[in-house]
Design a protein around this ligand. Sequence first.
Ligand code: ZN
Length: 203
Amino acid sequence: MMKKECSIVQDVLPLYLENMVSESTKVFVEEHLESCSDCATELKYLKSGMHIDVAETPTREHAVDVITAIKKKISKRILKAVTAVCLVFAVLLGAVLLYTGIGHPVTKDNISLSTKTDGGYTYIILETEAGKSLYFDSKTEDILNNQNEVCGQVITLYNLQYHNNFTRSTNSMKWGSPVGIESNYLEVVVELENDTLQISSCE
Ligand SMILES: [Zn+2]
């Protein structure tokens, strides 16, 4: 508890700091400060520009500390949670990109060739397994007969790769030629690493 003298000294401390006290008050204050650490502390606070009532200092500082600590803890937790969620998303995204982004060599087990006649056209159909997208380069060449006339076309697919794909249930493409017109003979050749698959519209 503050002594009566302390109360008087602390009242005049601001004036004392500004040199606005009489000589006798100055002497009184300085004598008190020498023997009273509470008031000396108060003077220090005043000098540093943060005037806090000495008596209330401990609890107030404690309260502020606790609130600050809780705030820090909460923001740290939020930061940790956000970081964790971001990390999980990054890993998932990475896994998806790895799964779908890498091209795999195509074997004859990955694709099938078939023909189908429908509406006056014969189609050559190339199908890939569900969940796979096919990538390839292709070239088309005319087939010439003995008289050097174009009698059909060969479509060659090469550099085949498949990518995993979450959305594609089936992947098919087709080439069509009118039925019964010999010059529209169509042949699809698929060049794989170890196999060559071949199909024509006459099959
Ligand atoms: Zn005092």
